[in-house]
Ligand binder design. Structure first.
Ligand code: ADP
Ligand code: MG
Length: 298
């Protein structure tokens, strides 16, 4: 039977906008020694500004045309990068959404057909998959810029550099986690080594895995879990993520925590705990409530 105060704990959590899907997860939180985070939309805002557009030497498109084609390809995607590119294109005036085919490659990007042209938009892994040779471009500016490459009918057209920001409460939340007994914080991201490491260093995380495709995120979690449990088999690992690509890891983790608000329905469904507002401080609150509840039970 479940001690009554666990229901109290679930109630206290829900008053703070934290949905706990069972008393076992509240108890489980008190045993978490390692917290693994997704980057985009979890510790970062997931709202990207377009900082620069670099077109290839041979491109006949204007910057605005490149943005319009990009936004067309991204218009059916729920990825935070897609939302940001559509928003930027709206500002420059041209958004069209009548693409005839649309394929999303998780951790890579999008391919779509618009007015008979095949547009591929995503990272260098997508360009390699599509046999697009990316010509020399000026070296990128800052470490925290994510580069999105655009090809039309297999020809490289240009690079859109976008930049995300750390959420204002991420650092406070991480500090509070450490105070409530979490020993290790790790980021697992599909973004590049450069960007992932810059974010991890800024946040003061203990470890970072970069360039991880969705299935590799599960493998990374399993490795982290094995390390954590080798110290103490009772220790648990929590994963915190927001994206549709995060559902497999959320399911696999001892405790899967979805960041709601901006997060995808798939993530919310796969999770054991849901942070409804998307503010990372809710994560620290969840750990505190779990601890308090346990101290009442025993
Ligand atoms: P994260 O781990 O940061 O949440 P994802 O696994 O969702 O990232 O995506 C990893 C990378 O794949 C992105 O940094 C981007 O380069 C590329 N990507 C994924 N989806 C898209 C998209 N819709 N448009 C452009 N690029 C994308
Ligand atoms: Mg994500």
């Amino acid at each position: 039977s479940v001690p009554l105060s666990y229901f109290g704990g679930i109630g206290a959590a829900s008053k703070k906008g934290i949905l706990v899907k069972g008393s076992n997860y509240l108890e489980g939180l008190t045993q978490v020694k390692t917290v693994v985070f997704d980057k985009t939309g979890t510790l970062s805002e997931g709202v990207f500004d377009v900082v620069r557009i670099d077109r290839s030497t041979g491109s006949t498109l204007s910057d605005d045309e490149l943005m319009t084609l990009s936004a067309a390809a991204e218009s059916y995607s729920n990825h935070p990068i897609a939302h940001s590119i559509v928003k930027a294109a709206e500002k420059s005036g041209g958004v069209v959404s009548n693409v005839s085919e649309h394929t999303e490659y998780p951790g890579l990007g999008i391919k779509a057909v618009f007015e008979g042209k095949t547009i591929a938009i995503g990272n260098l892994k997508l360009m390699a998959q599509e046999n697009v040779s990316v010509s020399d471009l000026p070296e990128a500016g800052s470490d925290v810029e994510t580069h999105i490459y655009v090809a039309v009918d297999g020809i490289f057209e240009g690079r859109i550099s976008i930049s995300d920001k750390i959420k204002p409460d991420s650092k406070d939340a991480l500090a509070r986690l450490k105070k409530s007994g979490v020993e290790k914080t790790v980021m697992v991201t599909g973004d590049t080594d450069k960007v992932g490491r810059a974010f991890a260093a800024d946040l003061g995380l203990d470890d970072v895995y970069t360039e991880q495709l969705p299935h590799q995120k599960v493998e990374a979690l399993e490795k982290i879990e094995a390390e954590t449990k080798s110290v103490n088999p009772k220790s648990k690992v929590a994963f915190v993520g927001d994206g549709i690509n995060d559902a497999p890891v959320l399911t696999r983790a001892d405790i899967g925590i979805a960041v709601g608000g901006v997060g995808s329905d798939a993530a919310v469904e796969a999770a054991d705990v849901v942070l409804m507002t998307g503010d990372p401080i809710q994560l620290a609150d969840a750990f505190d409530i779990a601890k308090k509840t346990k101290s009442i039970v025993y």
